[in-house]
Design a protein around this ligand. Structure first.
Ligand SMILES: [Zn+2]
Length: 322
């Protein structure tokens, strides 16, 4: 009995001295996929794109409903408020609005910070006849769903880098929410190492399933780093360069203001969806299985990037490279 007691005590002591290994190091893509489930992804998407959310605009009031849902989701899944009540408030065209910002685990200002974001707002109600409610399923209930699911997944682990997640307001009013947050981060001296933004991931990229493209593809080594973790996941889309999509979503404010790599993952390639900024942009039209796969792959990729403390390098600006 005494021997057993000594043995048990030894095990206890040994266990106490073993440094905590982040279990993400051993995780496989399949194990990540097993934790990000289609029914929940679908539920979040359908909730955010429901008629009751009135197009997630401040004028229609739908933005505040969507924000309530998001805040409850973060709270329920152990994601703490980074600002009081998660809110980074601003006023756009006379209406109060706010970005929602959450932190995973403790925030240590000495450490580098990774920011993962998507805009939550859409254009609300428009026109007088027919369907006047713009649900904004692809734009951008899908990207918001990705950020929530990835945040929930990552929040289960301890990280040696800070992770912030942000749902932006007033993107549709001229990238106002993200710009407000980028300015605030700059004023507060936050060391953001890179930012990954999600926009319109609800349709299957024409080049194949479980793929996205990266805006500003050649502005950093982000695509290469992601593809070295998840081969063939991140594509180059010529139209993204031609139309300068790099400057047309919330990533751009962080790039411009903080001079950091900040880029958008998307699967809307101009051939695979006819309802961009139309009332018919509805949840039923999304390829939810493919979307869930994209979220799983992105979660795995980001987890490995953060776990391995991969440095994303910004390449010098080349006017010909968008
Ligand atoms: Zn959008």
């Amino acid at each position: 009995m005494k021997k057993i007691l000594v043995f048990v005590c030894c095990i206890f002591l040994v266990n106490c001295k073993v440094p905590k290994v982040n279990p993400i190091t051993a995780l496989t893509p399949q194990e990540v996929a097993n934790q990000i489930l289609l029914p929940e992804t679908k539920n979040i998407l359908y909730t955010l794109a429901a008629d009751s959310m009135a197009g997630r605009d401040t004028e229609s009031g739908g933005y505040y409903k969507a924000a309530d849902f998001v805040t409850q989701f973060l709270n329920k899944n152990g994601i703490q408020p980074f600002y009081p009540s998660y809110r980074d408030s601003l006023v756009t065209a006379g209406l109060l609005s706010f970005n929602i910002v959450g932190q995973l685990g403790e925030f240590n200002p000495e450490k580098k910070t990774v920011l993962i974001g998507a805009h939550l707002d859409h254009v609300g109600l428009r026109g007088k006849e027919g369907d006047t409610l713009y649900n904004g399923a692809n734009d951008n209930a899908t990207g918001s769903t990705a950020v929530l699911q990835i945040g929930k997944f990552l929040a289960q682990y301890d990280w040696e880098q800070n992770i912030l997640i942000a749902l932006f307001a007033d993107e549709e009013k001229g990238l106002k929410g993200a710009q407000h947050l980028a300015n605030r981060f700059q004023n507060e001296g936050l060391d953001i190492t890179y930012m990954v933004n999600f926009e319109m991931i609800g349709k299957t990229l024409t080049s194949g399933p479980n793929q996205v493209y990266l805006t500003g593809y050649k502005r950093s080594n982000m695509a290469n780093q992601m593809n070295s973790i998840s081969p063939n996941f991140v594509q180059f889309l010529p139209q993204a360069k031609e139309l300068n999509l790099f400057q047309r979503s919330d990533n751009y404010s962080f790039y411009k203001t903080l001079q950091i790599p900040a880029q958008t993952l998307s699967s809307f390639d101009f051939q695979n969806y006819d309802f961009y900024h139309k009332a018919e942009d509805e949840a039923e039209k999304m390829d939810v299985e493919n979307m869930n796969q994209i979220i799983q792959t992105a979660a795995y990729t980001l987890a490995k990037m953060i776990d391995q403390k991969i440095t994303i390098k910004l390449y010098s600006e080349d006017a010909s490279v968008k």
